[in-house]
Write a protein that binds this ligand. Structure first.
Ligand code: ATP
Length: 239
């Protein structure tokens, strides 16, 4: 099996808060993995550990077969990151941000193609800080894709987008998946996760409760009418 991510028993605490409490997970090349869980469950912390942005207190993280603790620089060239809030410089235009990020990488994707895919042409000469939240979100996605990453980590990529923009973003994610890229994302939208994710990881209070295909998770409830929202209510909330 070709795993692009292998995490083993990772733990991360902030004071007395166990944000991640012993999570092990493997992600296959070419899959779209959705991470779901309540606010504060530990999704972002888990993602940020996989991205190399946060150091776990213990546990191992292998990305693209390399140990994150010793090969972070090589790994960064081959992954893309979209955070919930991308802190872009105040006085920078979209085009300038794209060119700046392009300069960080040895391997880059065709900028015109990314701009066209995300519909960013009319915004290229606008200051990022003046864009609406949704267009800032698309800009940060464009920046995450600029190095043609083998793995993209997207933290709540569709939050704050209007319905059309959400559809377009999923179209974009599905195109990348067809190219064999791996996408790992967190989301609070169960309908989207059910429709588009190959597997869903459910995190609750820092622990991985289950990780399986949406259909398997839904079937586990034994109710023909059930949806992923019911799965969420069953497994991700409560004590
Ligand atoms: P959300 O859906 O609200 O984004 P999440 O599942 O992504 O939540 P995390 O952001 O990973 O959850 O947070 C997990 C826990 O760790 C929470 O209790 C949070 O308050 C805490 N936490 C996260 N980052 C920090 C930090 N830098 N300092 C202190 N506590 C933190």
């Amino acid at each position: 099996m070709n795993f692009v991510i292998e995490i083993n028993d990772i733990k991360k605490s902030y004071g007395s808060v166990k944000a991640v409490d012993g999570i092990s997970l493997q992600v296959k090349r070419g899959e779209v993995l959705g991470i779901i869980g309540a606010n504060g469950a530990g999704k972002s912390t888990t993602l940020e550990i996989m991205m190399g942005l946060r150091q776990p207190d213990s546990g191992e993280v292998k990305v693209l077969g390399m140990d994150l603790s010793t090969s972070a620089e090589q790994i960064k060239q081959r992954i893309g990151i979209q955070l919930q809030q991308t802190a872009l410089y105040d006085r920078i235009k979209v085009k300038e941000a794209l060119n700046l990020f392009r300069s960080y990488y040895a391997n880059t994707r065709d900028l015109n193609e990314i701009v066209a895919t995300l519909g960013l042409e009319p915004y290229l000469n606008k200051y990022v800080k003046n864009l609406s939240g949704g267009w800032q979100q698309r800009t940060s996605l464009a920046l995450a894709l600029i190095n043609d990453p083998e793995i993209s980590f997207l933290d709540e990529p569709t939050t704050g987008l209007d319905p059309q923009a959400r559809l377009e973003l999923w179209g974009c994610i599905n195109r990348y998946r067809e190219e064999g890229k791996t996408i790992i994302l967190s989301t609070h939208y169960m309908d989207e996760a059910q429709k588009h994710c190959d597997r869903i990881a459910i995190i609750k209070k820092g622990k991985l409760i289950s990780c399986d295909e949406p259909k398997q998770l839904i079937d586990s409830l034994g109710n023909q009418e059930a949806t992923l929202e019911d799965v969420y209510l069953q497994y991700a909330v409560g004590n």
